[in-house]
Design a protein around this ligand. Structure first.
Ligand code: SUD
Ligand code: ADP
Length: 289
């Protein structure tokens, strides 16, 4: 195991949990190209970790580089700068990231990092912004940021911003990570994508009705994802999360999930985590309040 890049000088350390889309229906396409969705979000007790320390010179410095993402393009830096600008805050921050979540995996790592940054700096800079304001700012950074800001498992509509909290079972998930980066924009632009699924009631979806409309397109474009689904389906009913690449199956106990994980080939990394209706970020912030 490698050492965490977060130094002892960090004043605040917060989790940035992953999410799963337990189902994802695409109902239509808006004039701006974005798609109307229905999806169920649940958090996992596994994620990245961020460290924060105050700077009084107003600079925002992320000290951990991510391959392929320039400093100023990182959602953490973009979130921090937006919050600083919109709040008129003169303080800055040093930020460190322990990146544990695969990128482009459909488990929301970048969006979760952005939400943790918004909530972390709101706390550190003592801004006193409420969740509505932070979620509205977050939506400008990405469709998935608001659910992480609110931290409650939710049924989402619109482009993912109309959120209704839901109580879900909290099983254990085995999440397999095909070694390929799926482009969300490419999947949404595919002419073969199903875009006309009729709206369902939240009740029927909570009862297990539902699928991921992106799955056929992702399986067609990315053989690595198709193979992962074939492998996992030998043990459990497996599904894609978001636009992939990760695929998951649920189990009643950690032991059951671990047992299947041990049988997957080394070419298909995986992790086991529990589904949570309240995110680890919000649990931690509550302890700090
Ligand atoms: C579809 C989901 C489900 O959770 O997929 P994942 O990214 O998590 O796999 C998300 O809502 C994605 O959210 P996020 O990753 O924040 O997407 P954004 O950066 O806002 O958008 C990336 C691109 O995806 C397309 N897009 C995204 C969301 C949406 N409702 N309709 C779209 O058409 C747009 O082409 C956009 O340019
Ligand atoms: N802090 C960050 N963590 C991960 N990805 C980031 C981050 N900042 C910007 N990105 C960019 O966002 C893209 C999507 O990230 P990610 O949230 O991991 O995937 P997904 O939306 O599929 O779950 C990445 O491929 C990367 O280019």
């Amino acid at each position: 195991m490698t050492a965490s890049p977060i130094p002892a000088s960090a004043e605040l350390i917060l989790p940035a949990p992953a999410k799963l889309n337990l189902m994802l229906h695409i109902l239509g396409r808006r004039d701006d190209g974005y798609h109307e969705l229905q999806t169920l979000f649940q958090f996992l007790d596994h994620g990245d970790e961020l460290g924060f320390a105050l700077r009084d010179d107003g600079e925002i410095r992320l000290h951990t580089a991510i391959d392929g993402v320039p400093h100023d393009g990182n959602l953490i830096v973009r979130a921090a700068r937006q919050l600083q600008r919109q709040s008129g805050c003169r303080l800055g921050a040093d930020i460190w990231l322990d990146k544990r979540l695969p990128m482009g995996g459909g488990i929301g790592g970048g969006s979760s990092d952005a939400a943790t940054t918004l909530l972390g700096l709101n706390h550190l800079w003592r801004l006193g912004w409420d969740e509505d304001r932070l979620a509205a700012l977050g939506l400008g950074l990405g469709a998935d940021v608001p659910v992480f800001v609110r931290g409650r498992a939710a049924f989402a509509e619109g482009v993912g911003e109309k959120l209704q909290p839901v109580e879900l079972a909290e099983p254990w998930f085995l999440v397999a990570v095909p070694q390929v980066l799926v482009s969300t924009a490419e999947v949404f632009n595919d002419p073969e994508l199903t875009r006309d699924t009729p709206a369902s009631t939240v009740r029927s979806l909570l009862e297990g009705g539902g699928r991921n409309d992106c799955q056929p397109v992702v399986e067609k474009r990315y053989p690595e994802v198709r193979n992962a689904l074939i492998l996992l389906n030998k043990f459990v009913s497996a599904r894609l999360t978001g636009t992939g690449a990760c695929v998951f199956g649920s189990f009643p106990t950690r032991g059951d999930a671990d047992k299947v994980a041990r049988q997957l080939p080394a070419t298909l990394p995986s992790f086991v985590a529990q589904g949570r209706n309240i995110s680890m970020l919000h649990r931690r912030l509550k302890e700090l309040a």
